[in-house]
Design a protein around this ligand. Structure first.
Ligand SMILES: *Cc1c(COP(=O)(O)O)cnc(C)c1O
Length: 471
């Protein structure tokens, strides 16, 4: 298996080369040269496999530069009941006739990002060990990504994490989750500023190529192909749990922000998993819903990006969307480059509404979309609590509302549950008048000692901190 760039660069790379990298050299995103095809016999063989073995089977189709026995061991140590809370790893339950919730958020940080990040931590440790190299992960977070990265990398050999976050702006629960980690390779840096300041610092440090090379600076952002690949597995697992035989179709609804999660669903569908519809659910930040309704992709300015009660979906542009558009335009790298570099660069938008390929997004690739508002989330949380005695978080509520707008008779609809309600307790209190239950292991975490440094919103100060903590 070789990987190519969505912008037509001639190089072809192997999995472990792109594992530790971000963008391709031409600014594109990596994708496999072709999607491995899964036939009926393979689906039949996979049905009933434990999650870690299913993960190994799927990953093996994309990774040929890690010996199979070692890849199998990495999967086995990643997807355990101790880490994810149950032997099923992603248990499915029927909410109402034909509508299911697939639980992806029982990992260490109670959001679905653990599903991929836990694997990434083990892959990084393996590959860095094999190369005798080190990596310093620098990131910016307002919540889910940073904590998932820290819990995945804590205690890992060869890896340090330097995670910036806006001082005082995360929820007390999220702060406690991150700052209570005492591992020496995890560094929490609270920046006197907002999230955009943190992101600007990460960019400034990464653009200092001398510093970046000297201190082996890397990232774990959502464009990493390994993260996306890990997410493909739970589409297969959900399919097997919702159906009794492989002649059935299912649909998925995915609460979406950067388009990483639903892009994994697209990959599963391209491999031959019988998915009828992939519903992209957005909140008021409806860049993606607008595209799937109109064919216009219009990046939002910071001032037009809303702060909502499903904050992990508050995006101004969807960083993985280019992967899907590459497939949509017939894997034409020059065309993808023209759209994402030239048109987006010049005007912040591109318009495929008059192009025959736009109709293919629905007709050939199965995409649909819906948008919800804060009022919708409150109503869906209340309704789900009242009728099914089930508490869902705000992102999952966006998903459930969208799912009901795209049901087809006889086709199970699987809504991906992307976080547990405790992470967004304020909105649960607003909807229901009481706090959500807290898993026992998070009881009292706000009172634990905190390991965090405060720095000004200044890239030089962050560089100095990194340099000081790298020997
Ligand atoms: C990251 C996140 C999302 C959005 O996922 P993408 O892969 O960025 O589309 C949705 N819900 C929660 C809880 C998240 O943490």
């Amino acid at each position: 298996m070789r990987y190519l760039s969505t912008r037509g660069h001639p190089d072809r790379r192997r999995f472990c080369d792109i594992l530790l990298e971000g963008l391709a050299p031409d600014g594109g995103l990596y994708l496999p040269e072709a999607y491995p095809q899964v036939d009926a016999a393979t689906l039949a063989r996979w049905r009933g496999l434990p999650y870690a073995e299913l993960a190994f089977e799927i990953l093996s189709l994309y990774i040929d530069d890690i010996p199979p026995a070692e890849l199998k061991a990495i999967c086995a140590k990643t997807y355990t009941a101790e880490v994810f809370g149950s032997d099923e790893i992603v248990p499915l339950r029927e909410l109402e006739d034909g509508v299911y919730l697939e639980a992806l958020s029982n990992g260490p940080t109670l959001a679905f990002k653990d599903m991929a990040m836990q694997l990434l931590g083990n892959l990084f440790e393996y590959e860095l060990g094999r190369r005798g190299e080190e990596l310093n992960i620098l990131g910016a977070t307002s919540g889910d990504t940073g904590s998932a990265a820290e819990y995945a990398m804590r205690g890992k050999k060869g890896v340090r994490v330097f995670m910036t976050s806006p001082d005082g702006r995360m929820s007390p629960f999220q702060q406690a989750q991150m700052f209570s980690l005492q591992d020496v390779n995890i560094h929490n840096i609270a920046i006197a500023g907002v999230f955009d300041d943190c992101q600007d610092i990460v960019k400034a440090v990464s653009n200092d190529l001398g510093f970046k090379r000297k201190y082996k600076i890397g990232t774990v952002n959502s464009i990493n192909w390994a993260r996306l690949l890990a997410q493909v597995v739970y589409y297969f697992a959900g399919y097997f749990e919702a159906t009794a035989s492989n002649d059935r179709q299912v649909s998925f609804t995915v609460p979406s922000g950067n388009f990483g999660n639903v892009c994994a669903g697209h990959v599963a569908r391209m491999m031959g998993l019988p998915i009828r519809t992939l519903v992209v659910a957005t909140n008021e930040n409806d860049v993606l819903d607008e595209f799937f309704r109109t064919g216009v992709y219009r990046v939002r300015a910071a001032a037009d990006t809303h702060e909502t009660s499903s904050p992990s979906m508050d995006i101004s542009k969807a960083s993985n969307f280019e992967r899907f558009v590459f497939d949509l335009v017939g894997r034409d790298g020059a065309r993808t480059r023209a759209l994402f570099q030239d048109e987006l660069g010049a005007s912040g938008r591109f318009d495929l509404s008059a192009d025959p390929v736009f109709a293919q997004a629905a007709a050939r690739f199965g995409f649909a979309s819906s948008r919800s508002t804060h009022a919708d989330r409150l109503e869906t949380i209340r309704d789900t609590d009242r009728r099914f005695a089930t508490l869902i978080d705000t992102h999952t509520a966006d998903g459930l509302k969208a799912a009901r707008e795209h049901l087809a008779p006889g086709v199970p609809m699987i809504v991906l549950e992307t976080a547990l309600p405790i992470k967004f307790a304020e909105t649960i209190v607003e909807a229901l008048g009481h706090e959500p239950a807290r898993p026992a292991r998070f009881e009292g975490i706000e009172a634990l000692p905190k390991r965090v440094v405060q720095l000004p919103a200044d890239a030089e100060a962050v560089k100095a901190y990194i340099a000081q903590h790298c020997d």
